[in-house]
Unconditional design. Structure first.
Lengths: 145, 145
DNA sequence: TTGTTATTTTATAATTATTATAATATTGTA
DNA sequence: TACAATATTATAATAATTATAAAATAACAA
């Protein structure tokens, strides 16, 4: 049986040369579901690659995004860009207080994607469906003021 | 008959003090459909208010966004934030070549919004539903290389 | 209207996310 | 192994956004 995520071949298929840093960044983004920023990734990776530079993280993320292997979510109330390794159209839900982003399921996303694909005339690369508000935990915190 | 857009009362209702600069920024964002960045707004407004500062534009946009009068769309292939005065949930379609953003209708947006409102537990403030790709014009340009 | 106070606007400087550059290191391959 | 192409790193540069504080303006009471 083959491994669930064959990162190496995915990178190669996309024409991206395989290096330990890229593997670490890509697999971190695939494994974690927390939609991190470049800096958050940098801090994580540094535990295993103490000499990695933030530039490498940015280079890798831009490369992965250009080839369509990851998705750029944009800001989440803070001012840095969040990334998502889940490139299937789906809904993200961002909390503008704690800046966490979670995935949720919606039966309408695929229908909407198909609709736009067939009617817009655009050559679509991806979607960023992000609802924002206060998560349950942050709603409770603001009550206790 | 009352005017279609009563900017003054909208600002007042939101607790925002009315100034000529704020009126100009808000009405520009309501009238134009091109989802501009802060700098694009600055350049437009400067034709009527030669001494306006970019800081005022940022202050006003942040204030309008905080009170929920406008929507923050995030980046569109460039690296500055785009704004939208249409706060009804709707679909934006961004071209990553020319960085234009247009609105399109989708019958699924409202259904999706209601679904998330009732099932997520989040206190929702807005949505950013953005599909990206190449617009028809830019597809033609890239063919002629 | 006029005077007073709080709020805004503006100019300037500071911050910070991201990108550019160039030297060094590593990868793929003959 | 050795060569050529590409990647990584450290550093500096860029540019969007925010902070600060003085000057200007809006709200409002008398």
């Amino acid at each position: 049986m083959k491994p669930n995520h064959d990162f190496t071949s995915k990178l190669k298929q996309a024409g991206i040369r395989v290096t330990p840093q890229r593997m670490a960044i890509y697999s971190l983004l695939m494994d974690y579901k927390n939609h991190p920023t470049a800096f958050m990734i940098y801090e994580q990776i540094r535990e295993n690659f103490p000499s990695i530079s933030l530039m490498t993280v940015y280079n890798t993320l831009n490369m992965l995004a250009d080839r369509g292997l990851i998705n750029v979510l944009g800001h989440a109330g803070d001012d840095s860009v969040h990334y998502d390794a889940d490139i299937e159209p789906h809904v993200n839900l961002a909390c503008i207080s704690c800046h966490n982003i979670v995935d949720i399921n919606s039966k309408y996303v695929n229908q909407m994607t198909n609709e736009i694909n067939s009617t817009s005339g655009y050559q679509l690369f991806g979607a960023r469906v992000l609802f924002y508000g206060n998560c349950p935990a942050c709603q409770n915190q603001s009550r206790s003021h």
